[in-house]
Structure formats: C-alpha cells, structure tokens
Design a protein around this ligand. Structure first.
Ligand code: UDX
Length: 441
C-alpha cells in the first residue's frame, strides 16, 4: 500500500516506521521543517527504544521517506494516517487547529479515492464530521477510519506491535476487510466498531488509567495517615484479577501528554452534553494534589524552603522517555523555587534546556553532585539506574538526610538502613529529632 503518515510525533513516527517495516511504501510528512531536516540527517526528534534502528533500516530499504511538502506527500496515496497532536486548549477541549488544517489540505490536494485513518485523539463525533466534510464535493471517495492508538512513550514500538487490542471504527464492510488485511501482522483481539465508539474507547481507556492512579494515590495518603504499607496494599489489591496490578503504582501521580489531557477532554465533552462528570474532575484534582503534597511535606520538615538546597532526581514524566509534558517535576520545582528553595537536578536523559524558561535550576551530570550538601532529596522519575545508587554515600554527602521517594522506587527498609529520614508520616516523636538534626548540621 502507498501510505502517507501526517505528523512525525510519537504515534506518527512509530506507525510510519512499522508500516514501512511491513513493506508498505510510506512517506511521513510534518509541517515542522526543522524536524524533517533532522530526520533526513538521521536524527530522531524523540528518544524511543528501538525506533532509531527501525527508521534507519527502512530508509535504507527505501520503504520510508520524510518530507515537509504535504501536497507532494499526498500524491497517489491509497491511505493517509492522521497522527498530528491535539493538545489541550484552555477550556479543556483538545485544540483541533492543526488537525483540521491537515484535513482541509486533503480536500485540496488528494486526486484519487483514499482511506483516511484518524490516529490523533479527537472528540467523539469527529470521524463523522471529517467524513461529511471530505465527501461534501463528491469528486473522490474519502473513507474515514477511526483507529485510536494506545502506545505508551518509552515502549512505543513494542506497544504498537503487541497491543492488548486493536480498535478500528469504520462504516463500510469493504474498508473493514482492507483494515483486517493491513493489520494482519498483529496478533491480538481486533475490535471493529463504529466511529463514535472507537473515539470513545480511547477516552474511556485513558481516563480509566488516570482514575486507577488517583485511586491508589488516595489509598496511599490514607496509609500515611492511618498506617499501612501502600506497596503491600497495592500489590495485594492488584492480585484480585478483577482489579489487576497495572496502574496501581502510587507516587507523585500521572504526567505526560495523554492521561490528563484525555480526562480533561472527557470532562469537556460531558459538560457540553449535560452529563455529570464530577468523578473525572476529582481524578485530576487528586493528581494535582499529589504534587502539592510533596512540597508541603518538604516545607513541614524543613520549616521553610528559603535558601534550602533541594536535590531532584529525575525530571521526565516517567522513566525511559525524555518528555517533560505535564511532568510532576516541572510543577514541583516551580513551587520549590517560588518558596525560595535552591534546586539542583539530575536526569539521565532529559535536557534541562527543555524546562520552561521561568524555572531556574542548576542541572548536574550525576546524582551524587546533585545531592552534595543538599537539605533534602526527592525522586520524581523511576529511572532504574537510581536503584544502583550508593545510598550511604549519598546520605553522608547531604546536609540533612531527608529523602522523599515520589515514586516509591526504593524499598523503605533500604532507605532507612542508609540513614535517611522519610518525612511521610507526621509523627510528633520523630519530627523534632530530625529538625534538631537539620539545625545542628
Ligand atoms: C498513556 C497511555 O497509557 C497510552 O495508552 C496512550 O496511548 C498515551 O497515554 P503514556 O502517557 O506514554 O501513555 O504513559 P503511561 O505509561 O501510561 O504513564 C502515564 C503517567 O502515569 C506517567 O507519569 C507514569 O509515571 C504515571 N503512572 C503510571 C503512575 O503514576 N502509576 C502507575 O501505576 C502507572
């Protein structure tokens, strides 16, 4: 098949590289000329395990090419995949400006019948709207397919190839057969449904994952208050197969480009149609509170944050990605610096230049330097390499041994054995001791 993929982000690049690997003739187009120039020079705009190799291999095999020229890319294509970003707008609805600009360009440039596969996350009803718009003139047939993508950053290639399910929304039996053939290499349950349901499945899935995380964080906060080891609790709750282990990791909550955005999108759609969506508002509220909670704990234990040296380990919104979109680290660092704290950060892959300009931090190239002389250390990304840290060495180099493990990465016992104080449960007997330790150092 001759396929044009519009958008060279996570979803677009991964889809383009894999479809090329399946020996389709793929052109990936993006209006960001710099991005295309980089791709032509062999430089990927994102850090994604296995993707670089896949792109290089298929460019060499000539199944994959990149361009910034939309009209040229669309020429003669049998299928167009739309994978442009739909970032959240102020009102919670996704911003569909880029999306519709792309759809409009199809009407202007396409000169044959074509399948338009929507992979961007779009509000329910968009597939139908796109179909009506593209087929208005009636000169060529645009067959719209809604095929939401569920891949996670960091494991995107693996997730594309081994999804839990494939969801395809389309309205014609003929196109359904073509989709079955296209996705034949995927060995997973395949759900064929209508456009609206396919679009809703994406929102429903992401908001459920968000809900699970906010649920476990609420239980974690209760454990801190009334006692109980949240790691044991989460593991045991997750062993009930009706609940499942996934997305029950407590901590500073979810970040990234999708969970909050899609939950917001669902709220916005509910509000437009007068549906009660309060539970999803709580999911977002709990998630934000997790970030505030870290700063509150720090302020409580240190008295105040003015000129306090705080080490941050991990900036990315999760491990194995260099993405900072909606990362808990950005909110937490902004709050600490606003309160006068001096922040030193270490992250194995994130380039600190991607932090917002308003945030002033000192970035260092190893975790020991970040913690040298610090009054507290906070882990905000679950990078596996942190598990190899010499915790005793880290503890000895600090001004005060306060450790906030925002990802429950370490076993509590290991941190306590290294001599750290974990300010997780306010206890009248422990706090004065640690506070006197801080002032004595
Ligand atoms: C998500 C969806 O999982 C994916 O299906 C969709 O296509 C895009 O959005 P992604 O944003 O890449 O993927 O990240 P994910 O791995 O789902 O994690 C999201 C956030 O939740 C991260 O910040 C992660 O640290 C956090 N998280 C995840 C938890 O705090 N606890 C968990 O148990 C799981």
């Amino acid at each position: 098949m001759k396929i044009c993929v519009v958008g060279a982000g996570y979803v677009g690049l991964v889809s383009a590289a894999i479809l090329a690997d399946w020996q389709h003739n793929v052109v990936c187009v993006d209006h960001n000329e710099q991005k295309i120039e980089d791709l032509l020079a062999g430089k990927l705009p994102i850090f994604e395990s296995g993707l670089q190799e896949l792109v290089e291999l298929n460019r060499l095999g000539k199944y994959l090419r990149f361009t910034a020229e939309m009209a040229e890319a669309l020429r003669g294509c049998e299928m167009i995949i739309v994978a442009v970003g739909t970032p959240p707008a102020e009102n919670g609805h996704p911003n569909l400006e880029d999306f519709w600009a792309v759809i409009k360009s199809f009407r202007e440039n396409v000169r044959n019948d074509v399948i338009v596969m929507i992979k961007s996350t779009v509000p329910v009803g968009t597939g139908e709207e796109v179909s009506l718009y593209l087929n208005e003139k009636g000169s060529y047939k645009f067959s719209v397919v809604s095929a939401p993508e569920f891949l996670r950053q960091g494991t995107a290639v693996h997730d594309f190839l081994h999804p839990d399910r494939l969801v395809v929304g389309c309205m014609s039996p003929e196109i359904r057969e073509q989709m079955k053939e296209l996705f034949q290499p995927l060995n997973c349950p395949k759900v064929f449904t209508d456009w609206h349901s396919a679009e809703m499945i994406k929102y429903a899935s992401n908001s459920f994952l968000a809900l699970k995380i906010s649920y476990i964080n609420t239980i974690a906060n209760l454990c801190e208050a009334v006692g109980g080891n949240i790691q044991d609790v989460a593991a045991a709750v997750g062993l009930d197969h009706r609940i499942g282990q996934a997305y029950l990791k407590p901590g500073v909550g979810f970040g990234g480009s999708c969970l909050a955005k899609d939950t917001q999108g669902l709220i916005a759609q509910g509000e437009v149609h007068g549906v009660n969506v309060w539970m999803f508002k709580d999911v977002l509220e709990v998630n934000y509170e997790q970030r505030v909670h870290v700063v509150q704990r720090l302020t409580e234990v240190l008295g105040n944050l003015k000129s306090r040296k705080i080490a941050i380990l991990g900036l990315a919104f999760k491990a194995n990605t260099d993405d900072l979109r909606d990362a808990p680290s950005v909110t937490i660092i902004a709050q600490i610096t606003k309160l006068g704290g001096l922040v030193k950060v270490y992250d194995p892959v994130v380039d600190s230049s991607s932090l917002p300009d308003a945030i002033s931090v000192n970035t260092v190239d190893n975790p020991y330097t970040a913690c040298q002389g610090a009054d507290a250390v906070i882990v905000l990304t679950e990078w596996e390499e942190f598990l190899d840290l010499d915790l005793k060495r880290l503890q000895r180099s600090m001004n005060a041994p306060i450790f906030i493990d925002g990802r429950y990465l370490f076993e509590r016992k290991r941190l306590l054995e290294a001599g750290f104080f974990l300010p997780e449960r306010p206890s009248s007997s422990e706090w004065p001791v640690v506070q006197s330790m801080i002032s004595a150092r």
